[in-house]
Design a protein around this ligand. Structure first.
Ligand code: DQA
Length: 148
């Protein structure tokens, strides 16, 4: 099975308790289980990770590029300002690997600072506003892209 990493940025370890009106009541463990099941159905071995640390997330991109691992990424707040993460995501794309950006909420419909993503211009595609289901769509997109 092809391995895919699903990486989540800062504060997403607080899913379930953090702004449930925006992010829902399901926690990161539930997301992990769902992504693993969805991946299995698509023939993908999914590993879900979360970090509050920009350097760790950058390092995961280097690893993905070196190990030729496709990426599903919710960069959380890093989305809006991390050029370091955008550059690292570019290294994954440079290896001709899919890198799907996912947001649980629709950042464009929220605060002004959320309207800009520095990751979107680099990513293969972006899915927003679909809750956890967005990760399913992103995994489906990865499976589709790998089959092309
Ligand atoms: C988010 C949207 C970001 O603006 C925010 O900083 C997050 C989560 C989302 O999944 O909707 O932490 O990426």
């Amino acid at each position: 099975m092809t391995k895919v990493i699903v990486v989540n940025g800062p504060n997403l370890g607080r899913l379930g308790v953090r702004q449930p009106d925006v992010y829902g009541r399901q926690d990161l463990d539930t997301l992990r289980k769902l992504c693993t099941e969805w991946g299995k159905d698509l023939g993908l071995e999914v590993e879900v990770r979360q970090t509050d640390d920009e350097a760790e997330m950058v390092h995961w991109m280097h690893q993905a590029a070196d190990e030729k691992t496709p990426v599903v990424m919710n960069p959380a707040a890093f989305t809006h300002y991390s050029y370091a993460l955008a550059d690292a995501a570019h290294m994954v794309i440079d290896e001709n690997l899919p890198l799907m950006e996912v947001h649980i909420s629709n950042p464009s419909a929220r605060d002004e600072f959320r309207k800009r993503s520095v990751i979107s211009p680099v990513a293969t595609g972006t899915i927003t506003g679909m809750g956890f289901y967005g990760y399913k769509l992103a995994l489906d997109a990865v499976a589709h892209l790998l089959s092309e």
